[in-house]
Design a binder for this molecule. Structure first.
Ligand code: ADP
Length: 203
């Protein structure tokens, strides 16, 4: 839930987010639609505690993210726009590492499940640089889901991906919704919310 969230970056004359309020309900896909520069990424960064709001609040299951950032991180998964290249490690190793960041030591079952689900299993021993753009994107999604979060944030998940992968991702996101996950998705593509979202906020 966002309550009148405002954000002005240090040394910037622009108010990046000007008093935004909305809530994402359990088991829904909420689309945040707006052009480049509207403030969508800033909102995602505020939810994940990477950025501190200038005023207003963000709550995850009623808990203010600033007051209990660990609670937020345990419950939220996020897929950022940029592909982060961990050139040294294989796909499967990366997923074990990320699990470790969440304090999960033995996560083999969940990791195998995600590798299969995201069609990454046959690529599990590859290094990131050996992956195609689409596989990298799938890896980003797997990373966001290793700790089984209840909220998933997707920042322009289908920017620059081909039609096949886009439809695969849409199907997967719909499956996650069916399992009761709350999904916030930012996009500037009009057809994405039309196909996917239960409700839309326009910025
Ligand atoms: P969107 O994700 O919708 O494209 P952003 O949240 O990235 O929008 O950007 C919103 C506004 O905030 C833009 O005017 C952008 O230039 C500005 N902005 C984003 N990040 C920073 C930053 N770190 N410092 C200063 N200004 C920023």
């Amino acid at each position: 839930e966002l309550v009148n969230l405002k954000k002005r970056y240090k040394n910037s004359p622009v108010e990046a987010v000007r008093g935004v309020s909305f809530e994402v309900r359990a088991g829904e896909i909420f689309g945040l639609l707006g052009p480049n520069g509207a403030g969508k990424t800033t909102i995602i960064a505020s939810i994940t505690t990477l950025e501190k709001p200038t005023s207003g609040a963000v709550k995850v299951f009623g808990v203010d993210v600033a007051e209990d950032p660990l609670f937020t991180k345990r419950n939220v998964g996020v897929v950022h726009q940029e592909v982060i290249n961990s050139g040294f490690f294989s796909v499967e190793e990366i997923l074990h590492f990320v699990s470790g960041y969440y304090g999960i030591n033995k996560n083999q079952e969940r990791i195998r499940f995600l590798l299969h689900k995201l069609s990454l299993f046959q690529h599990k021993d590859k290094k990131v640089k050996q992956l195609s753009g689409g596989m990298k994107r799938r890896l980003m999604i797997a990373k966001a889901l290793v700790h089984n979060p209840k909220v998933l944030l997707l920042d322009e998940p289908t920017a620059g991906v081909d039609i096949q992968l886009r439809e695969d991702l849409w199907r997967f996101v719909q499956e996650l919704r069916q399992e009761g996950m709350s999904i916030l998705l930012t996009t500037h593509y009009l057809e994405e919310p039309e196909h996917l979202c239960d409700r839309v906020g326009i910025m």
